[in-house]
Design a protein around this ligand. Structure first.
Ligand SMILES: Cc1cc2nc3c(=O)[nH]c(=O)nc-3n(C[C@H](O)[C@H](O)[C@H](O)COP(=O)(O)OP(=O)(O)OC[C@H]3O[C@@H](n4cnc5c(N)ncnc54)[C@H](O)[C@@H]3O)c2cc1C
Length: 340
């Protein structure tokens, strides 16, 4: 008889892990505070090992119909600064589609998914995996996103750096484009929620992107926003809880690696959790081993991304970045490998 495991949070980490364990006969209860499917603030650009991790967990089918990204173009202050092939192809798929497919697979395999159920404390005696995303905190950042239907792009991924923030345009399934931005909050800007992206773009020197969005067909109800995002706080090595994905640490989003980390975390936790469920490893020992594996896999990536993050949003560093790129001295592949 397998021991049961409870997973808090049906984002990518929770859904991927729940599927893998359920398929091996582990009784899994998956609790989700919100509903599915739903739009989430996310660049929906999966790069690095994320797709391989999904395939290794037997969930490769959930990427069907995704866009493939090979090229990127960056602008700084409205001027094209960099045009490159990505060091490895990336995948564009909306969270609306990906999360729902993973949830469907889990439910069809007999998994128990409790939507609209916020789990605040772990149940006594039940092994609990925290996949509940980033911690609520106060921070200077605001993330905004929407989907467009008829927006042509100059590359598979456009990244536009503006004053105190940036916006990415990346292709997703069904010829749609995901538009996702991160800005330093400007409390003085007052508008209806649906107008925030337009307003932030215009106040950040990215008015040309705002104009393109004005002319595009915006997917109804795809606007969403999130505040209180804090990056790359790495848990202590003696953490006794099992935290995966953003609950472990939030990598700055310009890397496009947060989803990958969530999926990789599910992949690396899975064999240890299976051993626990089969009774061959205690819970504290499984948690200790998974946490060691996470520190080894992610911490240097998180530190590098935290160091690079100000180069993307601070105006003075952006200028230097632009000059380096213009002179062909930006070590794009090296920076990519440090953060993926
Ligand atoms: C602006 C921005 C842009 C980004 N762009 C990209 C990108 O292009 N590429 C990329 O790879 N990553 C990107 N990311 C990061 C990516 O979205 C996250 O790293 C990824 O979603 C983490 O997955 P997760 O499963 O850990 O958490 P989530 O996907 O956040 O899922 C956590 C789930 O837990 C649920 N939950 C929370 N508390 C509870 C509770 N108490 N009980 C039950 N359920 C609970 C939440 O409702 C949520 O559904 C971006 C992030 C931001 C903010």
């Amino acid at each position: 008889m397998m021991k049961a495991i409870e997973i808090i949070g049906a984002g990518l980490a929770g859904l991927a892990l729940a599927n893998a364990l359920q398929r091996d006969g582990v009784p899994v209860n998956l609790y989700e505070a919100g509903t599915l499917p739903r739009h989430r603030v996310c660049g929906e650009f999966i790069c690095g090992r994320g797709a391989d991790a999904l395939k290794a967990l037997g969930l490769g089918h959930s990427l069907a119909g995704a866009a493939t990204h090979r090229s990127t173009v960056w602008t700084i202050g409205g001027r094209e600064t960099l045009r490159k092939e990505l060091p490895q192809p990336a995948i564009g798929l909306s969270r609306w589609t990906l999360d729902q497919r993973l949830a469907d697979t889990f439910i069809q395999a007999g998994g128990q998914l409790y939507l609209n159920t916020r789990r605040t404390t772990a149940a006594d005696g039940i092994a609990t995996v925290h996949c509940n995303g980033r911690k609520a905190c106060s921070s200077d950042w605001i993330g905004l996103k929407l989907h467009c239907r008829d927006l042509s792009t100059a590359a598979d991924l456009e990244l536009h750096l503006g004053q105190d923030g940036y916006v990415g345009l990346s292709k997703i399934e069904d010829d749609q484009v995901n538009v996702c931005a991160l800005f330093k909050q400007r409390p003085a800007l007052k508008a209806k929620r649906i107008e925030w992206l337009d307003l932030y773009l215009r106040h950040s020197g990215l008015g040309s992107v705002a104009e393109r969005l004005q002319a595009a067909d915006i997917v109804e109800h795809s606007h969403c926003g999130v505040a209180g995002v804090q990056f790359a706080q790495i848990p202590a090595t003696n953490e006794s809880r099992l935290l995966l994905g953003d609950a472990y640490s939030v990598i700055p989003p310009f890397t496009g690696n947060g989803m990958s980390i969530a999926l990789e975390a599910a992949e690396l936790a899975y064999p240890f959790l299976l051993a626990y469920a089969e009774g061959s490893c205690s819970w504290p020992e499984s948690v200790r081993q998974i946490n060691c594996a996470q520190h080894a896999a992610f911490d240097s990536r998180l530190r590098a991304a935290r160091w690079l993050h100000p180069w993307i949003h601070s105006t003075s560093r952006q200028r230097l970045l632009g000059r380096l790129a213009g002179a062909g001295l930006l070590p794009f592949s090296l920076l990519y490998s440090l953060t993926h």
